[in-house]
Design a binder for this molecule. Structure first.
Ligand SMILES: [Cu+2]
Length: 709
């Protein structure tokens, strides 16, 4: 990972400090923090990194939670949208879904499900993660192609080359938790010498429906298997890697969505070549993934009473991508590309005649190029400038569905308008980033930096926003219960952002506050549809089925603003006691009408009190959430109340490689609702009415055993 920090500072990524340990590279002198660190048990999650990156070393977690996205609740600026226990969707400073660039081991994976039952982070199960990196604030153009809302990189354990001789290394992890009888077993082993590396890993995890104080959350059971093999070849300064992964998610509940997961089968292949020379390095990658996915509204939840309303949806998503990143002195150049193709067909097992071709070869291809440079403009000033050009081409094939086949006029119009339209489009998008760091003061005991950033970022529409032709809820996990139609005339979103902050750290403390303001023109948002066939179609379906779906929305370019403040900090009271925390405030508003944006995290704070001894540690965590009153009337979003929840967790190192983790989440077994958790779409749950907000999981005892060698 590279750093963009002030003159004379290199990020000595020391595991035992909260932020970068400033080290003066010219003298090798350690100025702050690092010098006086006692050797001791690591805290549960270590935040490491440079000023622009928050890196979580997940080897040190103790949780049994399967979803990598769950960690985001501890990251400054970040949060997580949950439509189910395996479907955590990243949110960063109010933006979510396709707006937050997410890479798994450098690969971009577009979800196979049109409702994002398999968000990108689901392809890096928590048990396999080595680290997750969240870029702070404005993401550099080199961190991803479309980073309008930020950038995240998840890295799974790659295995290790040996320094001499044959090395056999590995990790075994097993755990259980009480709230859903969840069980997890994972093992990864590598055999390597200095030149060759073979790696094999496997993961199995299952859980039943989760409990909360007043009952069960139906359905939230899940089942997932994952198998990976990898080979690495190191020849001098060259490293070649080939990694293949097979993901098999079984039945899994997503109560905030209209259907549940039947299966998600994915094959993921990555081939990488890296070269590390003197002042010149290349990181390159080609990746391919094929995802097959089935879901229904009858197999895990109470089936609709009318047989005619049963739905089974079969979807597929194919990804092809490459990336070449060259670092040459202070310059960085890159080329990257991502192609995705999606199909989705809806059937009814009770009616062989019924079909909807939901998406037919919906394609999106992005080709990008960037250049980035760091400058040392004066002794205490450094600047990063970056520019990126992306070309996005999209297309989709013709569609059809039973209502149109049967001559229902609204459906015929929707189909024929779509099939006769020009569905092909090309966007030329230009991004730039400028960041400035200034060392205000620096001495042996502390250092204070001033940071300012500015950017222009773009995002072309997602295929759902463009090609959803029949009013349906296939909206990449919006889960607002509204039906939508896409819009073939959408323009790319364009955001301009400014950011201002401080980074202050010294022996035993660090604090990094930021203010940000982001103005988005052509923000893509559902608005009340003026497409008469779509409106009529929903009315006729309501008449036929006795349902009461609201009038449909249509994706449209509007104007929006995001602004707020966030800070993370850490303070060491003594060798044993430390505190760390995060405060996040973000507002998302429409500018064209008087409304707020949908599903934006409420003001919140995270605080952990840590007690650390050489062989064990415990942490008491608290999450404090304010109510969210700034909700979207357009999306029928309801307000939520604030809450606080406490977790206690710890770990005991039994021997060099063996660690026992344990804890209790939601200590008081409090019933609370997270604003980002969505609304229950499931009928027949005696404990949660349909339309009621989904409660968070109740108290959960967990334990985990890790053996690393
Ligand atoms: Cu799905």
């Amino acid at each position: 990972m590279r750093s963009v920090i002030a003159v004379g500072l290199l990020a000595g990524v020391g595991l035992q400090s909260a932020w970068a340990d400033p080290v003066d590279p010219s003298s090798g002198q350690q100025t702050v923090q690092q010098a006086a660190q006692p050797a001791r048990e690591l805290e549960e999650v270590i935040v490491v990194g440079e000023k622009n990156i928050r890196r979580f070393e997940l080897a040190e977690t103790v949780d049994v939670v399967p979803d990598s996205a769950a960690i985001l609740k501890k990251v400054v600026g970040a949060n997580v949208i949950n439509n189910g226990p395996l479907t955590g969707i990243a949110q960063y400073r109010g933006m979510s879904r396709f707006r937050v660039s997410t890479q798994i081991n450098g690969a971009t994976i577009s979800a196979g499900g049109p409702n994002w039952m398999d968000p990108p982070l689901s392809y890096a199960p928590a048990a396999h993660l080595e680290s997750i990196e969240v870029y702070r604030g404005i993401a550099s153009v080199s961190t991803g192609a479309e980073t309008i809302g930020g950038a995240i990189q998840a890295n799974t354990w790659p295995g290790r080359f040996s320094d001499g001789g044959v090395a056999f290394s590995g990790r075994i992890r097993t755990g259980t938790q009480s709230v859903n009888n969840g069980e997890m077993f994972s093992a990864a082993v590598s055999v390597a010498n200095t030149r060759h590396l073979f790696k094999v890993s496997g993961l199995h995890e299952t859980a039943e429906d989760a409990e909360f104080a007043d009952g069960d959350i139906l359905p939230t059971e899940y089942e997932r298997d994952r198998f990976d093999v990898g080979y690495g070849l190191r020849l001098g300064q060259h490293t070649l890697r080939v990694d293949f992964g097979r993901n098999e998610t079984g039945e899994g509940g997503t109560p905030a969505l209209p259907m549940d997961i039947d299966y998600i089968d994915a094959d993921l292949l990555t081939v990488g070549w890296d070269y590390a020379g003197e002042g010149f390095s290349v990181v390159s990658k080609v990746h391919v993934s094929d995802i097959e996915h089935g879901m229904s509204n009858f197999h895990l939840r109470q089936a609709p009473g009318m047989g005619g309303m049963w739905r089974y949806n079969t979807a597929s998503g194919d990804n092809r991508g490459f990336a070449v990143a060259v670092a040459w002195g202070e310059w960085r150049f890159g080329l990257d590309g991502h192609y995705e193709r999606h199909n989705s067909d809806i059937d009814n097992p009770n009616n062989p005649m019924f079909f909807v071709i939901n998406f037919n070869n919906a394609e999106r291809q992005l080709l990008g190029a960037y250049v980035e440079r760091e400058f040392t403009v004066a002794q205490d000033w450094s600047v990063e400038l970056g520019a990126r050009f992306n070309r996005v081409e999209m297309d989709a094939d013709r569609v059809n569905a039973t209502p149109a086949m049967m001559g229902m006029p609204a459906a015929v119009s929707l189909r024929d308008n779509f099939n006769n339209a020009d569905r092909n489009s090309t966007d030329n998008n230009f991004d730039w980033v400028a960041k400035i760091n200034h060392v205000l003061s620096s001495d042996m005991s502390s250092e204070l930096n001033l940071y300012a950033g500015m950017s222009r970022k773009t995002r072309s529409p997602a295929y759902q926003e463009k090609y959803l032709w029949l009013p349906l809820q296939a909206t990449a996990g919006l889960a607002d219960g509204r039906t939508y139609t896409g819009n073939l005339d959408l323009d790319p979103e364009v955001a301009h952002e400014v950011e201002l902050g401080l980074d202050w750290q010294g022996r035993g403390y660090a604090i990094s506050p930021r203010l940000f303001y982001r103005d988005v023109s052509d923000y893509i948002q559902g608005v009340p549809s003026t497409n008469m066939p779509a409106v009529m179609f929903v009315q006729m379906m309501n008449n036929m089925n006795g349902s009461n779906n609201a009038a449909p929305l249509q994706f449209e370019n509007v104007d929006a603003t995001f602004y707020g403040f966030d800070v993370d900090w850490r303070y060491e009271l003594s060798e044993q006691w430390s505190l760390n925390g995060v405060v996040n405030l973000v507002r998302g508003e429409r500018d064209d009408v008087d409304d707020d944006l949908y599903r934006v995290a409420a003001p919140n704070a995270y605080l952990a009190v840590n007690f650390t001894r050489p062989r064990w540690h415990v942490s008491l965590e608290s999450y404090l959430y304010d109510g969210q009153d700034d909700v979207s009337a357009t999306n029928f979003e309801t307000t939520t109340s604030g809450y606080s929840v406490f977790n206690l967790k710890g770990a005991w190192r039994l021997s060099e490689g063996l660690k026992l983790g344990f804890g209790v989440d939601n200590l008081a077994d409090r019933k609370y609702v997270d604003h980002l958790a969505g609304v229950n779409r499931v009928n027949g749950n005696p404990d949660i009415a349909r339309g009621e907000r989904l409660p968070a999981f109740g108290r959960s005892f967990f334990a985990r055993l890790d053996y690393n060698w």
